[in-house]
Design a protein around this ligand. Structure first.
Ligand code: ADP
Ligand code: GN1
Ligand code: MG
Length: 362
C-alpha cells in the first residue's frame, strides 16, 4: 500500500492545475495499481487517473510508454475532427519535465491520464447493446491503427499470445509445483494438458500481423453513461504487433458470459449466444473492411484459443503461488481457471451455430 503523502508527491510530478485533495484506489485491473486523484481549483474539481506500472510484468516501462504515446497521437490525429476527441482517446498528462512517465523516490514508474468523465467500465458482461458497442470500439481501434507509420511497435511483453510457450510454461509449473498446489488442482491440470491442440490451433495459421490491443476485456472500454456508446478504448500497455483474431477472442471471453471471471457456481458460466452475436456484429462493424477472408474465418477459433490460453495462464499462476495476477482469496486463480474451461466447453457446444452465424455475416 502506498501512503497518501507519497501519492501526493507523485501527483505533483504531473502537470495538473489546482491543489491536490486525495488519491483513492480505483478500478479492478489484475496488474497495475490504479488511483483516481482529485485536484481543486476554487469551486472546480478535476480528476486524473494515476497508475503505477507493474514493472515485474512490464519490464521495459519506457518502451510501453513510447508505444502508448505513438498510439494515442495516431488515434488523436485520426479523430481530430470529432467534437469529443478528448473523450475518444486517452490523454497522457506530461510530467513537469515533459515526459509521459515519472519515477518516484522509491524507483516506481508512474503515468497519469486525464479522467474521462461521464463514462464507465463494466466488469461482467451486460446487455447485448453494451457488448456490441464495446466490440465495435475495439474493432474501430484496430482499424484506426492499421496504418500506424513505421517503426513496428515494441512487443511490450514478448510472446504474449504465443500459446505454445504458454503451454510449455504450464508444463514447467506442473513439474516444479513451487507452491505445493498440484494435488489440489489435479483435475484442472488433466483438463488443461488435454487441450494442447485447442491452445495451439492458430500457431501455424499464417495470419497477418496487425496493431492489436491484446487486452480487449469488456472492462477496458469506457461506455458513455448517456448514449451507451463505446467512447474510449483504455488500458493500452499491451498494444503491440499481433493477431486481430486474438483480440476478438478476448472480447468473446469477457463479453458473452454474464458470470464473473472468478465465479464459483459454474452452472452460471456459459456463452450467451445473443451476446456472442452482438460481439460479432459490433466487431465486424467497427473493424470495417481491412481484415482478410482468412482472418474473418478464424474468429471463432480465436475465441476458443484465447479462452483456453487464459485457463492455462490462471492455472500456471495458481501453481506458481499467485505471483502474476492480483488475488483477494487463496484459490481465486484456480476458480478463474475453472470458469475459463467451463466457458470453453460451452463454446464448443455452440461452435457450429457460432460458425454458421460468422459465415452468414462475412
Ligand atoms: P489495469 O491494467 O489494472 O486493468 P486500467 O488501465 O484498465 O488498469 O484502469 C483500471 C480502471 O480505471 C479501468 O477499468 C477504468 O474503469 C478506469 N480508468 C482508466 N483510465 C481511465 C480514464 N482515463 N478515465 C476514466 N476512467 C479510467
Ligand atoms: C490482465 O490488467 P488486466 O486486468 O486488464 C492481463 C490480461 C488477462 C486478464 C485476465 C498484462 O488484464 O492478459 O487476459 O488480466 N494483463 C496482462 O483477466 O497480463
Ligand atoms: Mg484494465
Amino acid at each position: 500500500m502506498i501512503d497518501g503523502q507519497s501519492l501526493a508527491a507523485v501527483a505533483h510530478a504531473f502537470e495538473v492545475e489546482g491543489i491536490f485533495q486525495d488519491a483513492k484506489p480505483y478500478g479492478s485491473g489484475h496488474i497495475h495499481d490504479t488511483y483516481c486523484a482529485t485536484f481543486c481549483s476554487g469551486a472546480r474539481q478535476d480528476r486524473i487517473i494515476l497508475q503505477r506500472i507493474n514493472t515485474a510484468i512490464f519490464t521495459n516501462p519506457i518502451a510501453v510508454m513510447e508505444n502508448i504515446e505513438r498510439v494515442t497521437e495516431h488515434l488523436r490525429s485520426k479523430l481530430a475532427d470529432a467534437a469529443d476527441v478528448n473523450r475518444r482517446v486517452l490523454g497522457l498528462i506530461p510530467t513537469l519535465d515533459g515526459r509521459s512517465w515519472h519515477v518516484d523516490a522509491e524507483g516506481r514508474h508512474w503515468r497519469a491520464y486525464r479522467f474521462i468523465e461521464g463514462a464507465r467500465t463494466y466488469d461482467a458482461a451486460g446487455l447485448p447493446q453494451q457488448a456490441l458497442e464495446a466490440a465495435k470500439a475495439f474493432g474501430e481501434f484496430q482499424r484506426l491503427l492499421a496504418d500506424l507509420p513505421a517503426p513496428r511497435l515494441h512487443e511490450s511483453i514478448p510472446d504474449f499470445h504465443n500459446t505454445a510457450k504458454r503451454f510449455a510454461a504450464l508444463e514447467r509449473a506442473i513439474a516444479a509445483d513451487t507452491a505445493g498446489r498440484a494435488a489440489e488442482a489435479s483435475a484442472e491440470i488433466a483438463l488443461a494438458v488435454s487441450q494442447r491442440l485447442v491452445a495451439t490451433a492458430l500457431v501455424n495459421a499464417e495470419l497477418p500481423e496487425r496493431v492489436t490491443h491484446y487486452d480487449t476485456k469488456f472492462n477496458n472500454v469506457l461506455l458513455d453513461d448517456e448514449s451507451g456508446i463505446g467512447i474510449c478504448v483504455i488500458d493500452l500497455d499491451t498494444v503491440m504487433p499481433g493477431l486481430a483474431t486474438y483480440d476478438f477472442g478476448d472480447m468473446v471471453r469477457t463479453m458473452t458470459c454474464p458470470a464473473a471471471e472468478d465465479e464459483r457456481d459454474l452452472s452460471r458460466v456459459t456463452l450467451n449466444f445473443e451476446l456472442f452475436e452482438a460481439v460479432l456484429r459490433g466487431y465486424l462493424e467497427g473493424v470495417g473492411s481491412f481484415l482478410t477472408a482468412q482472418e474473418r474465418g478464424s474468429l471463432v477459433i480465436g475465441a476458443k484459443v484465447i479462452v483456453c490460453e487464459q485457463g492455462i495462464r490462471f492455472l500456471t499462476d495458481f501453481l506458481a503461488g499467485d505471483t502474476y495476477y492480483k488475488v483477494s482469496r487463496p484459490s481465486q486463480n484456480l476458480d478463474r481457471c475453472r470458469t475459463q474451461f467451463k466457458l470453453l466447453e460451452s463454446i464448443e457446444q455452440q461452435e457450429d451455430a457460432m460458425m454458421q452465424l460468422l459465415k452468414s455475416l462475412i
